[in-house]
Design a protein around this ligand. Structure first.
Ligand SMILES: Nc1ncnc2c1ncn2[C@@H]1O[C@H](COP(=O)(O)OP(=O)(O)OP(=O)(O)O)[C@@H](O)[C@H]1O
Length: 269
């Protein structure tokens, strides 16, 4: 796994040569309104696996997730230094193209936000924006992605119906399908099951697990049981720093730090 250091000289190191890093973060610091929110972050996020970001409320989990697709720039009075490399490309380089890099990343937010259009158009929207005009091709994409998220059988007879008429759980699967339709490499999830009932939560969790062979998945979750169920790796953030990063069973069962141990045992929330 990856050792993480807050020192500029001791970079995060990949001690497991079998694991390939998809996202590499170096010396990342984020200030919002003058407050030091993320502190000297060095991380190697592995390819084709699920990595969960956990930690107490307000520690910086969502901020860290947002740095991965440059969503933080929408926040006013923010300063970001350091680098985030996706497949070796620095997404904060002056010539980096935000639309291009966001296409690589599907974001599943806390609540589903289907576009106010039909089920079909929700999925076809992204591919159309990226230049796919052929109707047959669009139909294929819609069917494939709805099948991918287990929605096809439920909606195939009402593709023209408004997406907002689906249940919340179905809407979240639709949003996942919409993200997948632009063929991202990375799926980011920000507490993406928090608005869902237990059955829909389980469906989304199973989907994420099944997708990890094809995608690198990074999730923010405050539910430890969920982190245990879905993650291969866990990042424990505390007060803007990465206190621990490792395989799920190591972080949860054999934490190196006392603070991680207290968090895992439920003494800190
Ligand atoms: N847009 C913003 N403006 C001002 N402060 C912000 C903004 N976004 C985040 N922060 C601050 O950054 C810190 C980290 O916030 P963040 O949302 O990343 O935490 P979190 O670990 O995801 O919390 P939670 O589990 O409660 O969602 C908090 O102190 C928060 O107030």
């Amino acid at each position: 796994m990856h050792a993480v250091s807050s020192s500029k000289t001791e970079k995060a190191q990949d001690v497991n040569t079998q694991v390939q890093s998809h996202i590499v973060i170096r010396d990342l610091n984020v200030h919002i309104e003058g407050k030091h929110i993320l502190k000297n972050i060095n991380l190697d996020i592995p390819n084709h696996s699920v990595t969960s970001i956990i930690g107490p409320s307000g520690c910086g989990k969502t901020t860290l997730l947002k740095t991965l697709n440059r969503l933080l720039e929408d926040v006013s009075d923010v300063s970001i230094s350091g680098s985030v490399l996706v497949n070796g490309e620095d997404i904060y380089a002056p010539d980096a193209e935000v639309t291009h890099l966001r296409k690589k990343m599907g974001l599943l937010s806390q609540k589903p936000f289907p576009l106010p259009m039909s089920i079909f158009d929700n999925i076809a929207y992204g591919p159309k924006i990226h230049g796919i005009k052929n109707k047959k091709k669009l139909q294929e994409i819609v069917e494939t992605q709805l099948r991918n998220v287990g929605l096809w059988e439920e909606v195939k007879d009402r593709l023209d119906a408004s997406a907002t008429r689906l249940s919340i759980g179905q809407q979240q699967r639709l949003c996942l399908a919409r993200g997948l339709a632009v063929e991202p490499e990375i799926i980011l999830g920000d507490e993406s099951t928090s608005a869902l009932d237990p059955i829909s939560t389980q469906t989304i969790e199973n989907l994420l697990i099944s997708l990890k062979d094809a995608y690198t998945i990074v999730l923010v979750t405050h539910i430890l049981r969920q982190a245990r169920r879905v993650s291969d790796y866990i990042i424990f953030v505390y007060n803007g720093e990465i206190l621990e990063f490792g395989k799920t069973e190591d972080v949860l069962l054999r934490p190196k730090h006392e603070i991680t141990r207290q968090y895992v045992k439920g003494f800190i929330s």
